[in-house]
Design a binder for this molecule. Structure first.
Ligand SMILES: [Zn+2]
Length: 272
């Protein structure tokens, strides 16, 4: 007879939904992205049967095809903001999603700032899409069986919002680039937090989160798991995996440093 613990493990290991988050890259901000010491490319979500690409930074087409992720299966692309490390590959990803424009499909979500005065997407590609939706503060959107909210505008040089995703089984937040501000924590929640942590310390006047900010956010929100990503040079030099281990000890929350190509299965979060 099998011991109980083994039976439990087998049951938990079965992912009914197969929901996954793949980190195409973990580089953040200018120097890490320009050097490609770490890859960049965004997040590829497979949620409740829908595939959604978030923040297709430089190399997204390379990283996704390398990992056998098929753009022609995407239902949507979300650009949290117009900075290059979040949007550089959006045009090629739209072309790939729509099979070179021969198949009109998929939707693009982006703030007005990324679509209006100096659009991040070429105008000829707009007709390839089923639609473009403008991200706004406090609004809700849906793709297939996934809904998502953009609860609050972040403090960043361009218009941007973090995202709370809700699937049939799980809720998780993606806290994109921002300076820390009162109200950031209240806007996010869920079993999983993905936090863009560019800086080790907050000693530069830059609108990005640092490790002390991440610690504060994790302590406030107490998710089951927190994943750090979007690392700048100071983070990389400090070894993100060691920082994550230290944060786990300090917060009592399982904190993971994302790795290029890491696939996180939401079944690890257990049931609600
Ligand atoms: Zn940015």
């Amino acid at each position: 007879m099998l011991p109980c613990s083994i039976v439990t493990l087998v049951v938990e290991d079965k992912s009914p939904s197969g929901d996954t988050i793949t980190f195409l890259g973990t580089a953040g901000a200018r120097f890490m992205v320009a050097s490609q010491i770490l890859a960049s490319g965004g997040l590829w979500l497979n949620l409740s049967g829908s595939e959604i690409l978030v923040d297709p930074g430089p190399g997204c087409i390379v990283q996704s095809t390398k990992r056998k992720l098929r753009a022609d299966k995407l239902s949507a692309i979300i650009v949290s903001h117009r900075h290059l490390d979040h949007s550089a590959d959006v045009n090629i990803m739209i072309e790939a999603m729509t099979q070179g424009g021969f198949k009109r499909r998929g939707r693009l979500f982006a703030p007005a700032d990324a679509l209006e005065t100096e659009p991040v997407i070429f105008s000829y590609l707009k007709d390839y899409l089923e639609g473009i939706e403008v991200l706004q503060e406090g609004k809700s959107y849906s793709v297939g069986n996934v809904s998502f909210d953009t609860p609050v505008r972040h403090i960043h040089p361009v218009e941007t919002y973090g995202i709370v995703f809700r699937t049939t089984e799980h809720t998780f937040s993606y806290i994109t680039d921002s300076r820390y501000f009162d109200g950031l924590c209240q806007s996010y929640g869920g079993e999983l937090l993905i936090i863009n942590v560019v800086m080790l310390e907050h000693n530069l006047p830059i609108d990005h989160l640092s490790v002390p900010d991440a610690e504060h956010i994790i302590m406030e929100l107490k998710p089951k798991v927190a994943i750090l990503t979007h690392f700048g040079m100071s983070m990389w030099r400090a070894k993100p995996w060691e920082l994550a281990q230290r944060l786990s000890q300090q917060t009592g929350v399982r904190v993971i440093a994302a790795r290029d190509g890491m696939r996180f299965e939401l079944s690890q979060l257990g049931n609600n």
